[in-house]
Design a protein around this ligand. Structure first.
Ligand code: ASP
Length: 423
């Protein structure tokens, strides 16, 4: 069996949804489960609704109205004015958000976020399922929350693999015999039936979870790029398509920040030896990138750029050595402020990191660190990671840049750099 995953960009309007239905029809070669994200930028829009609700700015209802109108427009484009039951179904999903907004915000932001934002995937999957069925495909819509079970770490829920696998294996194979299954990415549920989300861009991970539990033959992630490129075209020109990648290279690239696939996606597939295709929904006939166990992977240098970096250097106040005790305290602080370290280095008397400048939580982390250490900070930097580097690739990215810190191992080079002012 196969798993297809369609992200927000692939279902951003009525024409895109028609294109997805066409891809399902044309490229399905066996039993198929489809995982879909929220339409276009709906997740961001619903995150704004949540923030305005929690801050009680009085704008949450208006912002929700915009999201509702955008969905209504797509429904009208797809189904015309005919009285299709999908219109009421979608309206009812949004009513559930309105019930939340009518009360005072009592619960934590993370909890409210998941209850509100998950609606994006609920409505997109219902719309896609209704449209595919309308074109004559045999479709069954599934609520992913009945299959993906998680803990209650809202916004970053951890999957209960045992329970999830048991349920999926028990119920889905027979359904797949008869129909194409369409379900939501990104969401799961706790043992108390509250909705959780798996982290931003988590729909890829959902596809991997279903595929691993069903021992799929392959997974295809349909994207607006031709496959895995050796750099983000936003930062680098010209880019090159990588036709084949090993799981290990794919994991390394996502670890260092390549955004084409969600970082948690590869491991479950690697464990079950399930091939992952990354293909273009714009040119679905093109082969894209194939990720699998291979020794044929081309060693094409890949470049990952992260801007807006903060370099933090931490030293014990008494110039003593940085030892396990300090490190564990420092790591705990990063963890509790939910700050991911993009690059780290330690010497006898200092521990240095590069992190994203995410604003307020970085400032509070720095205040905490300063209570115990001497801390120096440099902002506005760029972190460039090159996988399969050589001197030529390093020289290429260093034009007009000064190196602040450089780390190398056999395959990967990380350069933390500062832009030089050109007179
Ligand atoms: N809709 C969610 C997000 O934008 C999940 C996904 O698209 O993968 O993060």
């Amino acid at each position: 069996m196969q798993v297809f995953k369609f992200g927000g960009a692939s279902v951003k309007d009525a024409d895109s949804i028609r294109n997805v239905a066409h891809i399902i029809k044309k490229y399905k070669t066996s039993e198929l489960l489809v995982v879909v994200s929220a339409l276009g930028k709906t997740t961001n829009a619903l995150t704004d609704v949540t923030q305005h609700f929690v801050d009680q700015t009085g704008q949450a209802f208006d912002l929700l109205e915009n999201v509702k109108n955008a969905h209504q427009q797509i429904l009208t484009d797809l189904f015309g004015m005919s009285p299709h039951p999908i219109f009421d179904e979608i309206a009812n999903c949004f009513v559930e958000i309105e019930w939340i907004l009518e009360e005072e915000p009592q619960d934590s932001y993370d909890y409210l976020h998941d209850q509100i934002v998950s609606t994006g995937e609920m409505v997109s999957s219902k719309i896609l399922a209704a449209y595919c069925a309308h074109t004559g495909l045999p479709i069954k819509w599934l609520d992913a929350r009945d299959y993906i079970f998680t803990d209650n770490t809202y916004q970053e829920a951890e999957v209960d693999w045992q329970k999830t696998e048991e349920k999926i294996r028990r119920e889905l194979p027979v359904l797949l015999d008869e129909q194409i299954l369409i379900t939501q990415g990104f969401i799961g549920s706790t043992s108390e039936n509250f909705t959780t989300t798996l982290g931003r861009e988590g729909s890829d991970y959902s596809a991997a979870i279903f595929a691993a539990c069903l021992q799929a033959d392959d997974v295809t992630i349909w994207k607006d790029v031709p496959g895995v490129l050796n750099a983000d075209p936003k930062w680098f020109n010209p880019t090159e398509l990588i036709p084949e990648l090993s799981y290990t290279d794919a994991i390394e690239l996502t670890y260092y920040g390549a955004t084409v696939i969600h970082p948690k996606t590869i491991k479950p597939l690697q464990n079950k030896k399930i091939a992952l295709n990354v293909r273009s929904f714009v040119h679905p006939e093109a082969p894209g990138t194939l990720i699998r166990t291979t020794n044929n992977g081309l060693l094409i240098p890949s470049f990952i750029f992260k801007v807006n970096q903060v370099f933090v250097s931490i030293q014990p106040r008494d110039f003593s050595f940085i030892v396990e005790d300090n490190l564990s305290h420092i790591f705990n602080l990063f963890h509790s402020h939910r700050i991911k370290i993009n690059m780290m280095h330690n010497s006898a008397i200092s521990f240095c990191v590069s992190i994203d400048d995410t604003g307020a939580n970085v400032d509070t982390l720095l205040e905490e660190l300063e209570k115990r250490y001497k801390v120096s900070v440099e902002k506005g930097l760029e972190l460039i990671t090159i996988r399969y580097f050589n001197q030529e690739t390093i020289d290429r990215v260093l034009v007009n840049k000064k190196i602040i810190r450089e780390l190398k191992d056999s395959y990967t080079c990380q350069l933390l750099v500062k832009e030089l002012k050109v007179e």
